[in-house]
Design a protein around this ligand. Structure first.
Ligand SMILES: *Cc1c(COP(=O)(O)O)cnc(C)c1O
Length: 446
């Protein structure tokens, strides 16, 4: 008996098939060859049988799969505003325009147009950050984890950095503050306990080797009950009395007070700077609502040390990031404009009536759906525990898993979730111009 797998067609033979050959006119040969190989491999994996849909269709499907970019835009129907798996902050139109303008050609990235000589990429967002945060100087790098690594390297390498055991946080993707600190060359000295750390704990750990007192904002969890920690202002004062620096890993980078919209408990960057920390580190793509970036603001001396550290080069920000960040920051000069134009702020502060109107538009014409009250999440390790009232569209379906998978397979993919045996979609994170697309996907047959 011959193994049926030996009867699989050769790649060249398939390429010459009348249903396959025309693909070579539309796509690079390497891509079509790869698609043919995939189709043959799949047939082999299925016991060497001819694909049920036929060879032509199998190859065409493989070509289609290979030509779709893997980093595709999706519609976020989860209601989690800062969804790290979905790319965190959508950008403001001004930020998109700025990065597009810079992307197409050359730019004055490290060129001083006034002097006609070499300039610094660090100059671009610096003045805006100084203006918006009250700090003396600023430095933008690739992301906040990199910013913390750089600041620790610059301020504490070869010495001790003292941190409370209640602030040894994991920030997602298994990134742990203690691990980052170890890589910076600073020795981590833990003080206090998980729930309580006092000023005297820092005082007794302070020694000749101490270089930094580190404060880490508990951005993604809350501790309640029998707890104490030392406010950053007090920690900064203690650090300065002992001749060491105070570094504050703030996490989110809130530039506007959102207390009026029921979001409180997250310090603004300006407050963090005013507390006296030498350096404050935060993200560009969390509450700030800009591109992925890590931002350091602080004293002239401390920021200069960060800029001069060899690690600064390894975490430097890209020109597209700098362009988008500069444009996003400029919007903050008028808080109303920032709230209107920056999608993260707009979604977080949208009134319930607006969300409900979109929920109703989404539900229109759907028999087996209803509006239910629910909660959106800020996400992205910001405002832990904060809940935003919302209106969800809840859809009954005999196979909720199938409906969620169908939505995910839509073009563009729609990410929804299942709750209480129903598929739920939160219009807070669905943009107005996406409502029709989502409704069409929900009501499509199949
Ligand atoms: C999110 C976060 C970081 C890391 O920020 P990235 O921009 O993801 O690198 C660091 N520290 C804290 C406290 C955070 O919340």
């Amino acid at each position: 008996m011959t193994d049926p797998r030996r009867r699989l067609p050769a790649v060249d033979a398939l390429l010459a098939e009348p249903g396959v050959a025309p693909l070579l006119a539309e796509h690079p040969r390497a891509l079509v060859v790869k698609a043919v190989r995939e189709a043959v491999d799949q047939a082999r994996a299925h016991g060497g049988t001819v694909p049920v849909e036929g060879w032509d269709a199998a190859v065409r499907a493989a070509v289609a799969r290979l030509t779709v970019p893997s980093l595709a835009p999706v519609i976020n129907a989860t209601g989690v505003v800062l969804h790290t798996n979905l790319g965190r902050a959508p950008l403001a139109p001004a930020a998109i325009a700025a990065l597009t303008r810079v992307a197409a050609g050359y730019s004055a990235l490290e060129y001083d147009l006034g002097r006609g000589a070499r300039g610094s990429r660090h100059a671009h967002c610096r003045d805006l950050l100084v203006e918006l945060t009250g700090a003396a100087d600023a430095l933008v790098v690739n992301n906040a984890a990199g910013a913390v690594l750089l600041a620790l390297s610059a301020l504490a390498r070869g010495g001790d950095a003292i941190v409370s055991r209640g602030e040894l946080v994991e920030i997602g993707g298994s990134f742990r503050i203690p691990d980052i600190m170890a890589r910076s060359g600073a020795q981590l000295v833990e003080v206090g306990t998980t729930n309580r750390t006092h000023r005297k704990d820092y005082e007794s750990a302070l020694g000749d080797g101490t270089r930094v007192l580190l404060k880490v904002h508990r951005s993604n969890f809350e501790v309640r009950g029998f707890t104490t920690d030392v406010p950053v202002a007090e920690l900064a004062e203690l650090a300065h009395a002992r001749g060491v620096a105070c570094l504050y890993d703030l996490g989110s980078g809130l530039l506007l007070d959102l207390g009026k919209w029921g979001l409180s408990g997250e310090p603004t960057v300006r407050e963090a700077v005013a507390s006296g920390a030498d350096v404050v580190a935060f993200s560009g793509d969390k509450l700030l609502g800009g591109p992925q970036a890590g931002i350091l603001v602080g004293t002239t001396e401390a920021i200069a040390a960060c800029r001069a550290d060899p690690l600064a080069r390894t975490v430097r920000a890209d020109k597209l990031t700098l362009a988008a960040l500069e444009a996003t920051l400029a919007l903050y000069r008028d808080p109303d404009v920032a709230r209107r134009e920056i999608p993260v702020l707009r979604m977080l502060t949208e009134d319930l009536e607006g969300v409900k109107r979109r929920a109703e538009a989404l539900k229109k014409g759907m028999g087996d759906a209803e509006l239910v009250e629910g909660e959106s999440e800020v996400g992205g390790g910001s405002f832990p525990g904060a809940k935003l009232k919302t209106w969800l569209v809840a859809v009954w379906h005999p196979e909720t898993g199938n409906l969620v998978a169908k939505l995910r397979a839509n073009d563009p993919p729609i990410i929804a979730r299942i709750a209480d045996g129903r598929v739920v979609l939160d219009p807070r994170t669905i943009f107005p111009d996406q409502i029709d697309t989502v409704r069409a996907a929900l009501t499509a047959d199949g």
